[in-house]
Design a protein around this ligand. Structure first.
Ligand code: ADP
Length: 459
């Protein structure tokens, strides 16, 4: 392929020149092949029949054509396409002039051959060169006619050559203008692509800079939150500790109103501590510093822990908190018990917080057990009979600081961090969280996690 390309193509800065030189090379190869075939055939005939005058003339003609094409090929490759094309047209005209008896060339079977150089001239040289070739053919047959006694230059034939030259000129011109138009469109497209690429590169650069600034701001924000949260936690823990000691009567007996006020102080401090610890978790998640401490644990113990912590809260709202562990769940699971407790406390707390009547159900089970799938899973589901969550909010509530904009939510304390932390923790554990909900009927959050084979993971 590359050798053929090297033979056919001649590098040139002008695309028209390159196209014409390539076309000339193709024609030259064609003529050379015909000449070689002619040479072989004529030699065979000469061998069989003996060489008469016609055959030796034809042999000479074939050799002349072959040498001519090789010479023109060399000129086309090394010097000038225009000169080579001109020589090619001259060569064709000469070969056709000498290829037959003068009579046949002037107004017989060979006269039509002159249309070939006329056509070639229009596509190999300029389009108007067809008229030059027609003129040349006219001169040649006029001169030939004068050498034949009783013949005069055949004007209708010469007129025919010019008519053919006109048609060749028209078609070559339309081809050239079509090509020029295509090139212009290509140039325009190139310019447009270049402009768009430049714009895209600039936009990308700006985007990268903006991204870097955002990342920097994010890092600053995380550092700020983590610092402030640490600073808040110490005094808050002290307030909590002292309030509890006061309530326990360590500093002497308290009047009822003092106890009530202190109760409020501990409740609010507790909430603030929760918030601060959520903020710290968020900062750790964003800094990629939240790590899990996995170990075997008892799911029954975990569920009991949740019950004892949140049952009082549920009862205080007149809600029933029920827990259930499916019998096929192993007695021991493997994971970060503290973080799993955090997930459950968050979900159950929300369920109690947003439900006014009914119950909150917690269930631990194996979602696909016996379904024939390879993946071993276990799940925590927390359902309530609360207000439900509208479809449009079901994915948004897992974003940090997102809360549903309704009166039920506004009534309750919270900043919208809990679910985002639950989701991040679940994903960190290799699981996923799903929410199904019906407005006015309730919501169910299901956290599905991989069930690790304890012997395998502890090995
Ligand atoms: P917070 O409870 O601090 O507002 P969360 O991230 O835990 O933040 O919850 C985000 C929002 O999702 C809540 O503000 C509430 O609007 C909605 N939501 C969460 N759990 C429930 C639930 N069980 N029933 C109804 N809405 C809920």
């Amino acid at each position: 392929m590359t050798i053929l390309n090297r033979i056919l193509n001649v590098p040139s800065s002008d695309p028209d020149d390159a196209r014409r030189r390539r076309l000339l090379n193709i024609l030259l190869i064609g003529v050379a092949l015909i000449s070689v075939l002619g040479l072989i055939a004529l030699s065979l005939v000469a061998l069989i029949q003996g060489a008469d005058q016609t055959i030796s003339m034809a042999l000479r003609g074939a050799i002349f054509a072959l040498l001519g094409t090789l010479g023109i090929f060399a000129i086309n490759h090394t010097w000038s396409g225009q000169v080579a094309s001109l020589l090619f047209v001259l060569l064709l005209t000469t070969v056709f002039t000498l290829s037959d008896e003068p009579r046949q060339v002037v107004d017989g079977r060979s006269v039509f051959l002159f249309t070939i150089p006329i056509l070639m001239a229009s596509v190999l040289l300029r389009s108007w060169a067809s008229f030059l070739a027609a003129g040349l053919a006219g001169i040649v047959i006029s001169l030939l006619a004068l050498t034949i006694p009783g013949y005069i230059p055949p004007l209708p034939t010469i007129f025919g050559f010019f008519a053919f030259a006109l048609v060749s000129w028209l078609s070559a011109r339309s081809l050239e203008s079509a090509l020029e138009e295509t090139r212009r469109i290509n140039r325009e497209l190139d310019q447009r692509v270049e402009l768009r690429t430049r714009e895209l590169r600039d936009a990308n650069q700006q985007l990268a800079q903006a991204n870097e600034r955002l990342r920097e701001l994010d890092r600053l924000k995380s550092r700020f939150i983590s610092m402030v949260s640490h600073e808040l936690r110490t005094p808050l823990s002290a307030i909590q500790g002292f309030s509890e000691m006061l309530l326990a009567g360590v500093y002497g007996p308290l009047a009822e109103r003092q106890r009530t006020a202190l109760g409020r102080i501990t409740d609010n401090t507790q909430q603030l501590l929760h918030l601060v610890s959520d903020l710290l978790d968020r900062a750790r998640i964003e800094a990629g510093q939240l790590t899990l401490h996995n170990a075997p644990f008892s799911p029954a113990g975990l569920v009991e822990d949740i019950r004892s912590t949140l049952d009082v809260l549920a009862r205080s709202k007149g809600l029933m908190l029920t827990t259930e562990i499916a019998p096929d769940l192993p007695d021991e699971l493997y994971g970060d018990e503290g973080r799993l407790r955090q997930i459950m406390v968050n979900l159950v707390n929300n369920a109690i917080k947003f439900t006014e009547v009914g119950d909150v159900r917690v269930r631990l089970y194996r979602p696909n057990h016996g379904a024939g799938t390879d993946e071993a899973l276990w799940a925590i589901s927390v359902s309530d009979t609360g207000p439900g969550i509208a479809e449009g909010d079901r994915t948004r509530i897992f974003d940090p600081f997102r809360r549903v904009d309704d009166s039920a939510t506004r009534e309750h304390l919270g900043v919208g961090l809990g679910l985002s932390i639950v989701k991040e923790l679940t994903e960190l554990m290799g699981g996923e969280i799903q929410l199904t909900s019906m407005l006015g009927e309730g919501s169910t959050f299901v956290v599905t996690l991989p069930l690790h084979d304890i012997e395998e993971v502890s090995a």
